[in-house]
Write a protein that binds this ligand. Sequence first.
Ligand SMILES: *Cc1c(COP(=O)(O)O)cnc(C)c1O
Length: 784
Amino acid sequence: MKAMILMILKSEFAKDFETANRQQLYYAISKAIMTEIADSWQTSLAKSAKGKQAYYFSAEFLMGRALGNNLLNLGDTPEITALLADYHIDLKDLENQEADAGLGNGGLGRLAACFLESAATMALPLHGYGIRYQYGLFKQTFNDGFQVEIPDDWLKYPEPWSIRRDDEALTIHFADGDIRAIPYDTPIIGYRNHQINTLRLWQSEAILPFDFDAFNEQAYDLAVAEKNRAEAICKVLYPNDSKDEGKKLRLKQQYFFVSASLQDLVRKFVATGDSWECFPERYAVQLNDTHPVVAVPELIRILMDDYHIRFNRAFKIAQKTFAYTNHTILQEALEKWHISFYKSLLPRVYEIIQKIDRQFMNEFKESDMPAAHIQQMRIIQDHMVHMAYLAIYGSHSVNGVAALHTDILKQIALKDWYELFPERFNNKTNGITQRRWLKFANPELSALITECLGNESWITHLSELKGLEKFADDEVILSRFMAIKQQRKQVLADYIRENEGVALDPKALFDIQIKRLHEYKRQLLNAFQILHQYYELLENPEKEIVPRVYIFGAKAAPGYYRAKGIIKYINEIAKRINDDPVVAGRIKVHFVENYNVSYGELLFPAADLSEQISTAGKEASGTGNMKFMLNGTPTIGTLDGANIEIVEEAGIENNFIFGAKVEELEALNGSYDPVEYYLTNPKLKRIVDTLIDGTFSDGGTGMFHELYSSLMQGASWHRADNYFLLYDFEDYVAAQAKVSESYEDPIGWARKCWLNLANAGKFSSDRTILQYAEDIWQIKSIEV
Ligand SMILES: *Cc1c(COP(=O)(O)O)cnc(C)c1O
């Protein structure tokens, strides 16, 4: 290993151990690992190819860093440890050289990453297909409290974890010209089981690098126009989370990676010589949200046009191959494409969609479903292609991502579809991988768990955490547990002081809300509660309280004006409170810059309180909630998404549940008037008024006024206080008071934390992926 690393340093950089910099060492070690695993990787792929395999089609894979996790999953690498010791190199330091692979927005992309890791660990033959964006999700900084976006140039330094395979490139046809799709393969390493699966990301390139005739005529721009057009497709990830933008380039991205992936599968299948009916017996394809749903007509197109299969037969093959995961019921996220985009860019695919739409009509015009309902379910309606409808009709499985979410799909959002195809609907509650989110991110707590349980088996069987329950009254264990929490808080505080220049007291309660900035996630409600606490202290300066540090982390989509206003508002509140000597040592507020996977690895283990306060019915599942729980952190939250299952497992008495339930909000049926709450609650009014009375400055942008209007007046496209902040405010304040009260009893608090940890077993993505494998894909673990 040492010789190999030295060889790589020499061949790639003409350096040795003494002269190489950290980045070069990181690269050389990573490449050496790639060499080490090459044989296992090939063997794994060959074994997998003998049976049925599953493919996760996703426009996003939020992988984070690879080195630390790959070392963890591979197990002992004494040669690397010795080498680092010899040269006094800190491994963490090297790990930090790696750029996050931030090829996703938030939960949906991170879920895809957890699934791949869990599948490899469970020895399931599951591979990922996606896009190799040149720029991932933007990097965030703050300038005077405003979010500023910077391109995420994650490929600036050589990237060691992928292998470019020119020999497997494919051609993708668009009406405006053909382009090449080049695969880059990244190994997905299972936990100490020699199973290695593949994440294959496609990069778009021009067929010809430049046009020689134009070049000779000195028309340089024209000469490279094709190259630019092709490369534009993979240039950058769209930074929208749960909002559909309907941009033509986005449709190109979707079709590009879906067509390449399906051609890849068809090419492999043709080599087997089997009859086409066997296709769904060899391959299962999971569509991660509607982004890859063009796969349904595309597979049919390939079968019809390249292999002369009739439409009906091709449709049945597609339906047996595909399964669809729904991730949201937010109206603004339901993907629809104007037919003009499809007609101009993908005319043949559009013809197939028309055939599917017509077949749907013909199939159900004789059914019990009233004709008007069927009309409302048409795949093509009002000149738009409805991707979710195409997905449901074109696949054999439709799943939600938490029990409540699946119920809402069945009873409300997709009620008509559920009536038509009840057997297709199923739930798969999300999960997270405990290797990254506990073993790697919190090694001290992991060691304590292993000590208590007597073995490490929980690392691949998370439900064994249940065995920790018997220590819930063991004060020695609890105090060691809390000392570890203290240590993780210190590490986070040190990091924030060094990198962001803000000192946080690790003895205070760390109250953390980290997730994309969205109105429905209600960071603004959190801000209001903080102001409430602040004003209470100003009125009673001597009041003793549980000191708190409120930490936020969130990126706002660059075009989401209100979300950006909320960031600025929280930063203004932070400035005011952190500078006020009256509350010094009691409350502090900090918004971390550029929350991403690596930052999450510092934040989740350091939390005392997990903020999961979305409007009931809006957060399909959440996975951040699970990462906190797995690190022994109670939730303050609403009965929404997977929060419901979290308190079911850990006990409502060990968490802080508040706020309106879905049924309560449904029953209001539009009769809610936030102004009434505002006028009858002077404390609340004073807080909301800070948006307009000059207490805080939005730099003359009008952002705060706009936030105020969204709460008080609404607009044509949304109701006043659409997310019920004012409705839930008092209950949230009361729940926060209960948190403080509970925190004052250290043993009682530690017990709550411990019982959350002990009952986190359900939320392993190992469990989730095994359910997909068994119920939807019918794939089996490989003998390893
Ligand atoms: C887990 C995770 C998310 C999802 O968080 P939610 O609270 O479930 O929305 C988003 N971003 C990153 C970086 C994550 O690790």
